[in-house]
Design a protein around this ligand. Sequence first.
Ligand code: AMP
Length: 338
Amino acid sequence: MVPLNRQRAMSCIQPTSEMHLGNYYGAVEQWVTMQDTHDCLFGVVDLHAMTMPYLPAHLAENTSRMLTDLIACGIDSAKAKIFVQSLIPEHTELAWILGCKASYGELKRMTQFKEKGEQLEKLGPNDFISLGLLSYPVLQASDILVYRAEVVPVGQDQVQHLELTRNIARRFNRTFGKVFPEPSVLLTETPRIMSLADPDRKMSKSLGGRHYVGLFEEEKSVRQKVMAAVTDSGVLPAGTAMSPGVTNLLEILRASGQAEAAASFVKDFENGVKNYKSLKEAVADSLVELTTRLRANRKNVVGDIKSDVKKMSEAAREIARETIREVRKAVGLPKGLR
Ligand code: AMP
């Protein structure tokens, strides 16, 4: 049982085949600790994954896999409610209603929409920019507001979507009476982990294998990727002494609990000693320790995830149903049939 008076926190992750360091240090690690301090809900958002080209068999497989991976990371169904988005139709029902409180202009301006739209344009004539991709942030607002979450622990890339969620909640409340809290963002100390191969860009799987370290990756490839990471590359950004690649490696080192080693590297750096090889070795060592531990945890995840998640999603759905009842009344729709 969750003690009374805890703030409600909710956050989600898309079911891709592999979680990476950015997901972990930017979000999921914090989710694990928040389970003891907040009333938490965590969702695997399979409907969001449909906004880019995908194979149905992969989506189903990745959804189960993401649930297993979250449990291996320490998400515990005895402490938090874990659910699969598409099992809770109230998310899409509310998304329609909230869509009427979001403007076309603001959706079009979302950075993620523009970035993913560009990726799609490069894929060729069969892949167009769908309405789903444009309205994705409205579904995300619904994921959050259907649980009336007060805190949303996410990475930096989601801050713009959260601002939109707050705007939608505010407009809704102003028009129909107060139903939703305006949720606040909670960032970690490393809200934006950058690509190893191109440290001016966010670490992301879609950039390709050299750019990210998977959370369950084998030692050999973790070491290879870290040792090949870009460090000093050309001109430094104005006002900085350290290149983005080195800054990123230090951030990863700090995030992995090696703040002292990072501080000692910075001291050497300031004294003109740039020992990038030993920095990379220290990063690789701590990441190998993390990925080895998580792989071992994953082996110990047992049980029938698919049937467990139906039960877990049912608990989350109870909350969503209650919100929808109130929303339907507030906006002038008849009482639902369910
Ligand atoms: P997604 O994989 O887009 O569903 O993201 C799941 C969570 O990971 C979200 O809270 C993101 O903000 C976070 N995230 C994704 N990539 C990064 C990154 N490179 N650095 C920090 N956080 C990230």
